[in-house]
Design a protein around this ligand. Sequence first.
Ligand code: SF4
Length: 457
Amino acid sequence: MLDGTTAEVVERKALRINAAKTCQPIGAMYAALGIHSCMPHSHGSQGCCSYHRSHLTRHFKEPVMATTSSFTEGASVFGGMANLTQSLKNIFSIYNPEVVAVHTTCLSEVIGDDIPTIVRKSKEEGSIPDGKVVIHANTPSFVGSHVYGFANMVSGMVNYLAEKTGTTLNQVNVIPGYVEPADMREIKRLAAAMGVNIVMFPDTSNVLDGPLTGQYKMYPEGGATVAQIKSSGDSIATLALGHFASHVPAATLESKCNVPAAFMELPIGVGPTDRFVDALRSYGGVEVPASVDLERGRLVDLMSDLSQYFHGKRVAVSGDPDQVIALTQLLLELEMKPVYCITGSPGNQFEKRMHELLDGPVPDAKIKQNADLFELHQWMKQAPVDLLITNTYGKYIARVENVPFVRFGFPILDRAAHRFFPTVGYAGAINLINQMLNAILDKKDRECAEEWFELVQ
Ligand code: SF4
């Protein structure tokens, strides 16, 4: 299908081909699902909401619920105040959530609807029952990406909910970044193994990876509760994982409640996970237990055993900026060569950090923010790679170029079990290494000459 892609790159300013990002409200909707008993609400037209819900449903293979202000021509001309007021009334009377998390769309942003004022009037008119909460985030999709939408909604949680009572609690906040439910579960498991109390928000584990019980529950067991998010204002510190997804909400909490923020990278690979574990140790006032040391040791042993397969392999990576930054560190630890690294999200911090990582070990690496998969493919035409790592959309490139392919990031639409396997932490790195090795060796087994077709690798 991509047979026509050429190696010659023509500079483009106003055109993206095979975008490597999606729109802000999807990130906001995903973050809202990480609040317990929360209904995400899309303030715009039905089409946007349907697209965002179906994209998340296809990725998580779980029904994703959200409501919409259902704009028509009238709202487009006169504003969406009446629609949102009526929506809030309907949502609380029909679906009875604890929280409604409103995000905007391109249309309501262009109109300029003032959501806090509409929410305040709705409250005064009795559309929001006592004890129920409405939060909001502005998510204009003509700037940023789904990662920015995620960060904006998490900031909304802080703005509306976090409180400082003056009594510091023995707990550490973790803002996990735009990661899978399995990653959030893994972060909680690591913290529990170390004996550190954490408040993590959002938390989509047990929401989008819950068990089949035979009974439908509109609001699953998981998600950070309103009480937990409120208490984040009394925590010892906030660990913000990933610059793009977590920096702004952690900084907002720092300025609102004076909770010190530690800005970190996603804990993917040995180094970033070590730094995360060390931060938990330091802020939690605990020692790293032997069980966590053992996990780390097993990962390092695996990396050392497999260096013959990974050393010097050229890799192309595309994904969310926080994920690419962290994954690049794992690839370098494996002595691979991340030669092409792009993200669809805009933001100079990506290129700055990637140059810090790659200018020494891979000086000829091509790095680009606000890029697209078409250009990544063109680079691969100019000089091929041994492995491609990106989301589902990379399969078209992998097929035409016959390159081993590992699905990573968001969205993964053509596989099902990814939400159960973390990529963060020492266990996550083992999972990623396993996938990369299988992809490389499967290609070798398919294509090698008979005398090189080995039973034992
Ligand atoms: S880009 Fe804007 S109009 Fe399109 S789906 Fe996203 S919010 Fe809706």
